[in-house]
Write a protein that binds this ligand. Structure first.
Ligand SMILES: Nc1nc2c(ncn2[C@@H]2O[C@H](COP(=O)(O)OP(=O)(O)OP(=O)(O)O)[C@@H](O)[C@H]2O)c(=O)[nH]1
Ligand SMILES: [Mg+2]
Length: 497
């Protein structure tokens, strides 16, 4: 079956990554045995291995509400559960961006970030560092019912005063048609700002991350999605519905959030024309139905300025049903297997290529360093050999004298080598300290602190003093880094001059 194909290909990719890591560890071990590594090379290998270990493949599902994103995720990834796992129903269902992933250091759970955090400074990524800001519900894997009940949290909403909703940056420009004054009007808002489902599904265990998004409104209002999650996704599946056709809001989402002016950004974008079962009309021949589907694919492709081969007509709902009932005829009719085949044959090799080239660059740099060390060693050996050749035929005394000299030179060289290694270790430490003074992380912390202070100060004076302190800290950091650079410079001069 094709979903097995997707799983098998993904597994093969993970296996390749594991073998690559094992190869790099083996190489590193061998280099250490040959005394060809130093602190710098060790750090490089360590970073490379960490990157390979944490490598993720992010697939995002984006569309207007009710096009069938959640249903498609259920059909592609979770049909084995024998029921609908993510909530999917008519009208708006998924109310907050939802990440599905597996982190083995945590128990299976759904973690939810309250919507109220929108009134405070900090992005979703920043909040991810503070566990106590999140509400965590355990997932009971032995009961599909209990699981889908816990997962239904992503569709929860609550009714609050409009004024408050605006404070959260929601309903800012909504024309609320109520008979009551704005001060008394109430609106429904999502309970949660973001959800992370930690779930030991085999594909997620291997590093797949699925991102389910709510319909249009939320894409515009949550900067995390537009600035971070979507641009970093390796593939984005954009979903249209055959019953709705391509609407103006569909085109807005596509243009504003998925493709920029650069045609290259269309890479890794698959368009899905969902709900084709709506066109399965018993009063028409199958040829007529086929031609109607083909027509819709062509028009959608035209409107989105894509080749028709990049549009996949499917029925997510029928595919889910077919997989649950083991109905291969219905599954073929749902055309999901074609989409899954495209996903596995395009996405995974592309990802493997990216990871492979990045690793190659690192290993080449490592090898170049090793070659330089080896070349030095060979040069040393040649020199010694030449001296030894010169000794041929000389008398005992001269030989002893020369041997003594060579021994002394060797001692000097070894002391020099020790000093060099020590200086290199200090250099690595000092560069790390330098990054700490002027690194992005420090700048971010300073900016966040300042923002907090500015928000908390009722008067301009407070704002000004916060800004002055901000620049003072930045200058302080720069001065500190200049001192640090000076120290590094002096150290190098002392070493080499
Ligand atoms: N007939 C038919 N209905 C479908 C299909 N896929 C999804 N639906 C239905 O369409 C409705 C919306 O599906 P969802 O999966 O909730 O859509 P969504 O895009 O996740 O919507 P939001 O979460 O609100 O953004 C549900 O009632 C689904 O059962 C399909 O292929 N055929
Ligand atoms: Mg949904």
């Amino acid at each position: 079956m094709h979903s097995r194909d997707l799983a098998a290909r993904f597994e093969a990719y993970s296996d390749w990554r594991r073998r690559l890591s094992a190869g790099i560890s083996g190489l590193h071990e061998w280099l250490s045995q040959q005394e060809l590594t130093d602190a710098h090379a060790d750090l490089r290998v360590q970073h490379l291995l960490e990157r390979l270990h944490q490598d993720k493949l992010v697939v995002a599902f984006v569309a207007e509400f009710s096009r069938g994103k959640s249903e498609l995720i259920n059909a592609i990834f979770f049909a084995d559960f024998g029921q609908r796992l993510l909530p999917s129903s008519a009208g708006r269902t998924t109310m907050c961006p939802t990440e599905l992933l597996y982190d083995s250091t945590r128990p299976p759970s759904i973690r939810l970030l309250p919507i109220e955090t929108r009134a405070r400074a900090g992005t979703v990524s920043e909040f991810k560092n503070y566990a106590d800001e999140w509400v965590t519900l355990a997932l009971d894997l032995s009961s599909a019912d209990k699981m889908s009940e816990a997962l239904s949290q992503v569709s929860h909403t609550k009714r609050i005063p409009l004024i408050l909703a605006r404070k959260y940056g929601l309903h800012e420009d909504a024309q609320v048609m109520t008979p009551v004054p704005v001060e008394e009007a109430r609106v429904d808002i999502p309970c949660w700002r973001h959800a992370v489902i930690n779930f030991p599904h085999p594909l997620l265990q291997q590093g797949l991350v699925i991102l389910d998004t709510p319909g249009l409104n939320a894409i515009g209002t949550e900067p995390e999605l537009t600035l971070n999650l979507l641009p970093n996704a390796h593939a984005v599946l954009f979903i249209l519905a055959a019953d709705a056709g391509v609407t103006k809001t569909d085109i807005d989402v596509w243009r504003n959030h998925l493709v920029g002016d650069n045609p290259a950004t269309k890479e890794g974008r698959l368009v899905i024309l969902n709900k084709i079962d709506g066109l399965w009309d018993e009063l028409r021949t199958s040829a007529e139905v086929e031609s109607e589907i083909a027509h819709q694919v062509r028009t959608s492709a035209q409107l989105l300025e894509l080749p028709p081969a990049q549009v996949f007509p499917v029925s997510a709902q029928k595919a889910l049903l077919a997989k649950i009932n083991g109905d291969d005829v219905l599954l073929a009719k749902s055309r999901l297997p074609q989409l899954e085949a495209a996903l596995s044959s395009e996405l995974i090799p592309a990802k493997r290529h990216i990871v492979g080239s990045a690793t190659q660059v690192e290993i080449r740099a490592l090898a170049a360093g090793m070659r330089a060390i080896l070349a030095n060693r060979i040069a040393g050996i040649h020199e010694q050999l030449a001296e030894l050749r010169g000794l041929r035929g000389k008398n005992q005394d001269v030989v002893e004298h020369m041997m003594e000299r060579i021994q002394q030179e060797k001692n000097v060289f070894e002391r020099g080598m020790q000093r060099y290694t020590a200086v290199r270790t200090v250099f690595t430490q000092q560069t790390a300290a330098l990054y700490e003074c002027i690194g992005l992380e420090t700048l971010r912390e300073t900016a966040a602190d300042t923002r907090k202070r500015i928000e908390a100060s009722p008067f301009t004076k407070g704002v000004r003093s916060a800004m002055n302190d901000f620049f003072a800290r930045i200058y302080g950091g720069l001065e500190q880094s200049a001192r640090q650079t000076g120290e590094i410079h002096d150290m190098m001069i002392a070493m080499y001059v």
